[in-house]
Each structure stands twice: as structure tokens, then as C-alpha cells.
Design a protein around this ligand. Structure first.
Ligand code: AKG
Length: 205
């Protein structure tokens, strides 16, 4: 659909339809990355298997295991560096950040989340980065999801926001540490992704 922008709160915006027809090229870029660093289900520090499958790109990748959450320069699954961040992805991230008021965003890490029906991401803060002055940029491709947008406390009230394919959310500044998550993915169908949803989150670490 057409692009339009919705303020979520101070420092956070939802750019509806921002990808504007670039979803197929983004899915190709994700496919190239996943051929080199496959999707995997990580273990939380508490020993649970996450329902979202993940991979990444850039000079650092996010990893979780019994030792905790952290960024690592080598993919533990392959023993090789993470695939480089494709220019298409860094361009989309920089342009969206710019539109949201965060100039010259230069992410080091992309985290790629793949949701099958029923997969969910519980409420959390993104706080494994040192660069808390830089925003998070998060794009959606495929089946629509319900984004949970809370506040600065885990107990803050949570809004439910529908994210469609092509939408981008940017949060930073006063909203950088807002708790957020994704409700269990409903059954759906999208021509590019089948019954799945892909999310790419860009971070300066
Ligand atoms: C994260 O990767 O920290 C997310 O919260 C992903 C959000 C999404 O899938 O829309």
C-alpha cells in the first residue's frame, strides 16, 4: 500500500508500506544470507529453545545460549564470519532511520527472525548493544503479525499493533529501551513467504 508514517511515541515511528515493492529483493538477500549462515533455533540462557528461527549478517551477529545473550563476530553454527550486510539492507535501514529523524544510521548487525505459525517473541528490551544512542530499525516481510509495544517497565501497558509486509518500525532516543515483542504468529499466507513471516532488525552495536 501507500507509504505513511504514524508516531508511536516520542522517538518511535511506524513507517507503513515503507519497503514499497522491495520485499522480493529483500527476500532474495535473506535467502543468500541463509545459504551461508542457516536459520537456527537458539537456546535462551534459561535453557529453553526459542520458537523463532534466527540468522544474521554484518560484522557482528546476535547469539544466545546457556552462557547468555551477546554479539559474536563468528557464526557459532558455521565457524565462519557472518555474511556481509547486503547494500540493499543497509540502504533501507539508513533511509528509514533518516525518515524517523536519526541521521547517518550505520548498523553493524542485522538479526533476521523467521516466524512459522505459532512462533512468538516474548516481551523484551534490546539492551545487548553499547550504542544506545543509535536507534533500532525493524522491517517486516510476509504474513502479518501483532507487534507488542510496551513501555520502559516490563509491567507497562502493552499496545497491539498490526505489522504488515512492507512496514518498518524505528525506535530510539527516549524509546530505545521500550519493551516489545511479537504475539504468536497466526496462520496466514503471503505470496513471497508462504505461511511465514520474516523480520530484519538492524542495530549499531
Ligand atoms: C527483536 O529482534 O528484538 C524483535 O523484537 C523483533 C520484532 C519483530 O519481529 O517484529
Amino acid at each position: 500500500g501507500p507509504r505513511h508514517r504514524e508516531g508511536l511515541e516520542d522517538g518511535a515511528v511506524l513507517l507503513r508500506g515503507w519497503l514499497g515493492g522491495r520485499e522480493a529483493a529483500i527476500m532474495e538477500a535473506i535467502g543468500d544470507i541463509a545459504r551461508r549462515s542457516p536459520f537456527r533455533m537458539l537456546t535462551t540462557p534459561g535453557g529453553r529453545t526459542m520458537s523463532v528461527a534466527m540468522t544474521g549478517c554484518g560484522t557482528l551477529g546476535w547469539h544466545s545460549d546457556r552462557q547468555g545473550y551477546r554479539y559474536v563476530p563468528v557464526d557459532p553454527t558455521t565457524g565462519r564470519p557472518w555474511p556481509a550486510m547486503p547494500e540493499l539492507l543497509s540502504d533501507v535501514a539508513r533511509e528509514a532511520a533518516d525518515e524517523a529523524g536519526y541521521a547517518s544510521f550505520a548498523p553493524d548487525a542485522c538479526l533476521i527472525n523467521r516466524y512459522a505459525p505459532g512462533a512468538r517473541l516474548s516481551l523484551h528490551q534490546d539492551r545487548d548493544e553499547d550504542a544506545l544512542s543509535e536507534p533500532i530499525v525493524s522491517l517486516s516481510v510476509g504474513v502479518a503479525a501483532t507487534f507488542l509495544w510496551g513501555g520502559l517497565e516490563r509491567s507497562s501497558p502493552t499496545r497491539r499493533i498490526r505489522l504488515d509486509s512492507g512496514d518498518v518500525v524505528v525506535w530510539g532516543g527516549p524509546s530505545r529501551l521500550v519493551y516489545h515483542g511479537v504475539a504468536a504468529l497466526a496462520r496466514g499466507w503471503h505470496p513471497l513467504t508462504g505461511d511465514k513471516r520474516f523480520n530484519v532488525t538492524f542495530r549499531a552495536v
